[in-house]
Design a protein around this ligand. Sequence first.
Ligand code: ADP
Length: 424
Amino acid sequence: MNTPPPTVVLVYQRTTLPWVFDSAERAGIRLILVPRPDEDVAPDRLPPAVTDLLRLDLDRDRAGALATLRKLYETTPFQGICTLYDPAVPFVAEAAELLGLPGIGREAALGAQDKRVMRDRLAAAGLNTPRFVRLEDPSGWEAAAHLDFPVVVKPAHGFSSLGVTKADGPERLKAVVEEVWQVCRDKLGRVEGLVVEEYLDGPEFAVESLAHRGEVTVCAIGYKGEPEGPYFEESVYRAPAVLPPAVEDAVRREVVAAHTALGITDGPTHTELRLRGGERPYLLELGARIGGSGVSQYIVQHVTGLDFAADALRIAAGLPPVSFGGGTPAATGAAANYIVPCGGSGRIAAVHGLAELRDDPRVDHVVQMLFPGDVVRPYPDFTGYPAFVLSRHATTAEAEEFHQGLETAIRVEYTVEYTPEGGA
Ligand code: ADP
């Protein structure tokens, strides 16, 4: 008798970001999609891998969402549950634990999602860690005044750099802490604390890894630019990063050790780190998920020729990975993501330079997220990125050259300057 294809519940993935859906299709894995509450998904225009939709509201009714999953599992069992959306990682870990499905477990999810716990665990394991202070309340800001400045203030449960802000000197600390606290309240819907940590000088890198039964394969390392703040907008992602072998080894060792420190034994991870002094890796964070809402799949697939997300979904379903495991895959090409900067704030009149790229043979995807008419609010508010441009190249140097061209070719034009008081 043929075994039916495995089914995985995929939580809060936008259908406009196709990579993980394409991988599922290639791997013969069926998906039950839990759409974002704010996304209008048309049941007749779903990616082919999606066989069902399941509406859950994790924020407003977590218990109800768990109960619905249990009911579904009892009537039509599925083999796994996963997410690429960082705030949903703890929910997914809890649901998997309750249903006896593969997962990282609640304890590991806590360390991967709460930056206070992550910093504590990484430091306890002797990993490179900036000095840091946890703040449970903004009035306690003085507890962080003894750190070496600049420092970075960030929400304990943040994602997408939301609210992450640099304070150049102690005289700015109080105001920055209050500002970040406000962002937590307004944008994250929860105020559970902040982390203040010393600023790490140096270029930034992303590391895509896959863990299976405690064995961690570092699949790709990419360059992420060198954002200097005070707000940290993402800009580029180019892989494979060109690093001296000894530095690359140090990065791999640090990332593997972080998995051990955080107890992450199974599934994909997306680690961000900075190289202090250009050579010593300091983790910024390790997310227990595929990065960039699936962009990391595109990057790994085109750097290694292997299907990263398909293996991640297999692991979620309790199956062994078939492409990755053990050794380090060799790079077969370069892949890149150019994240179009907002370049200001106000109501968007036009996004110039994107249409031309659709015919460029190097470009596989132009994913536009902000359109004429949309309002981009000024930092520290974060509206989102106007667009991603995903491209393939023979070498990372060619990707860099391509990105330099995009810096002038793409421009967001605004109609009126937006002011929070006056509206837009
Ligand atoms: P989030 O999960 O919200 O993305 P991160 O901790 O990854 O928060 O921080 C977002 C960005 O802010 C990082 O990619 C990095 O550019 C910058 N950043 C955060 N912490 C530091 C630090 N200690 N030193 C330098 N830059 C930092």
